[in-house]
Design a protein around this ligand. Structure first.
Ligand code: AMP
Length: 545
């Protein structure tokens, strides 16, 4: 397989009537998916989009969005999905950085796009395309096309100029400097993983796969292309269900899913609210998670209820494409002290546990985790220094690039790799990857903050972390927590907003004069029972917990 979209063409040729994408009562067959995306690709090309152009799309997960990402690839362009639930000002940074030829939207995101594009440098040339039937001008830019123009374009397949090593998309993740960083992912990167996964999990045309993550998460590309490579059905999980565990359980039952894949917090949430019955989900064959640690307590809950289902832990960062290692849990753990490994490399990938000198550390000892192999991104978008600092040359052989994950791990005596934690201040919160530095950079841009620091502590009520903000206000003793949270909400997505706040007269420092983050964590950990030396502000309830 050369390009990701080739899978859809192959299915459309052999099984055009087979359902491909299902979203509520809307459904697209493989034949329709192929024809609609060919039409869109032609419209993009007629609008001047050329090989290598970036196209941002502000389309929430829907059949439209799947057509958009295929159409963009068929026009030999790269797609850059925008998170339409994030503040427009953050999306502006992504549009500014990726310099798209065109931005694709739908009526539902028009107001959000208007705000996002309003903050752009006015001289940036920009074209707009609407996928539905509501052409609107934004920033006084007349739309280049709307969905009304699609039927005029031929549904026939186009010749492709791209090759497997050309980028398919750029995914922006949290950046510690305050600027989101773009990870460039090629067609070959995704194809390698999907080919391994389709074989390992034995995905067939009668499979019905969930698509739970939003499309700006790389995990969604596994769902989409694992389904398309096998001619299976892709069932789009409505985003609003994420906080409604009973509805997710109903969705799995009613859609008769054979595979569920999500971040662990969804599984823990469902376990917490005891939404799974014994022997539930009779169609389900496998349950996979990636992106964070699944607590063994939650795993036991699931494995006891679904004894016939296979449970697989997938591990990997966006920079090495979807996942790089796997571990299928052989039997329900005896107790929640058992460690679940992240396993061993998928085909063509290798996990290395290395010391500071890039030497392998002995089994059992903790080292930094590096990844080598076919999933490695070519690097960060227009960030050569960052790319050089994290994608290193290791050894003299060909294909000797390794990616420094920033994760700590140990190699077990069983030859499997165990995740231990992070070597830096990146955290995972309900599956979202967050650099605490990005939150601090946003806080520093606020006028009424003199000094601030952000730390994460374990969440006592749920798996994962609580983000805590310590600040010194410019207005003396005034408690500004509520106001600061409001201002921060204009700069950062909701999942990055600290849920605990403390006002200080001065932040604690260590003997080097640096902010003592360990002490700050202690203040927040004991905040309910013991006041820190400075005044303590209201503790906000966690946003979604
Ligand atoms: P992302 O780029 O959003 O996929 O985040 C990658 C990071 O998530 C990794 O570097 C790990 O810190 C964490 N991660 C991913 N998968 C797992 C897993 N199965 N277990 C523990 N941590 C994980």
């Amino acid at each position: 397989m050369k390009l990701l979209q080739d899978w859809v063409r192959r299915q459309a040729e052999s099984r055009p009537e087979a359902p491909a994408v299902i979203s509520g009562d809307r459904q697209l067959t493989y034949g329709e998916l192929e024809a609609c995306s060919n039409r869109l690709a032609r419209l993009l090309q007629a609008s001047g989009c050329k090989r290598g152009d970036r196209i941002c799309f502000a389309i929430p997960k829907s059949p439209h969005a799947i057509v958009a990402l295929l159409g963009i690839m068929k026009a030999d362009c790269w797609h850059v999905p925008l998170d339409t639930t994030s503040p427009p000002l953050r999306a502006t940074k992504i549009v500014q950085s990726s310099q798209p030829r065109l931005v694709l939207g739908v009526a539902a995101t028009a107001a959000w796009l208007e705000e996002t594009l309003a903050a752009l440098d006015a001289r940036s040339p920009l074209q707009l395309g609407w996928l539905d039937h509501s052409p609107m001008a934004i920033r006084s830019v007349a739309p280049t096309f709307s969905g009304d123009d699609l039927p005029r374009c031929s549904p026939e397949a186009l010749d492709q100029q791209n090759g497997a090593d050309d980028p398919a998309h750029i995914l922006f993740t949290s950046g510690s400097t305050g600027e989101p960083k773009g990870v460039v992912i090629t067609h070959a990167n995704v194809i390698h993983f999907v080919e391994w996964a389709a074989k390992y999990f034995d995905i067939q045309s009668n499979d019905r796969l969930s698509c739970h993550p939003p499309l700006h998460f790389d995990l969604s590309y596994f769902d989409i292309f694992a389904a398309f490579s096998s001619g299976a059905q892709l069932h789009l999980v409505p985003p609003e269900m994420s906080l409604l565990p009973n509805q997710i359980a109903d969705f799995i039952r009613n859609s008769q899913l054979t595979q569920w894949f999500s971040v662990p917090s969804v599984l823990s949430y469902m376990a917490k609210f005891d939404t799974v019955r014994f022997g539930d989900f009779p169609s389900l064959k496998r349950l996979l998670w990636c992106g964070d640690v699944l607590s063994v307590k939650s795993l036991i809950y699931w494995m006891k209820r679904l004894p016939r289902v296979a449970f697989t832990n997938l591990y990997g960062p966006t920079e090495t494409t979807i996942a790089s290692s796997f571990y299928t849990v052989p039997a329900c753990p005896a107790d929640d002290k058992e460690a679940i490994p992240i396993g061993r490399g998928c085909d063509g990938e290798q996990l290395l546990v290395l010391s500071h000198n890039l030497e392998p550390v002995p089994p059992g000892e903790i080292g930094e985790l590096y990844i080598r192999g076919v999933g490695l991104s070519p690097g960060y978008w227009r960030a050569a220094d960052l790319t050089a600092a994290t994608f290193l040359q290791h050894g003299s052989k060909e294909n000797c690039r390794i990616y420094r994950t920033g994760d700590l791990a140990r190699m077990g005596s069983d030859g499997l790799v165990y995740f231990v934690g992070r070597a830096d201040s990146q955290i995972k919160c309900r599956g979202y990857r967050i650099e605490l530095g990005e939150i601090e950079a946003a806080l520093h841009s606020l006028e009424n903050v003199c000094e601030s620091a952000v730390v994460a502590i374990p969440n006592p009520d749920f798996d994962g972390k609580l983000i805590c903000c310590a600040y010194v206000s410019a207005e003396g003793k005034k408690n500004l927590s509520i106001e600061l949270r409001r201002q921060l909400g204009r700069l950062l997505p909701a999942y990055m907003l600290p849920s605990r706040w403390m006002a200080f007269d001065k932040l604690p420092t260590n003997s080097n004069g640096k902010i003592d983050r360990g002490k700050l964590k202690d203040f927040f950990l004991t905040a309910k029972t013991q006041l820190p030396p400075a005044r303590m502000s209201a503790v906000h309830p966690p946003l979604h917990e």
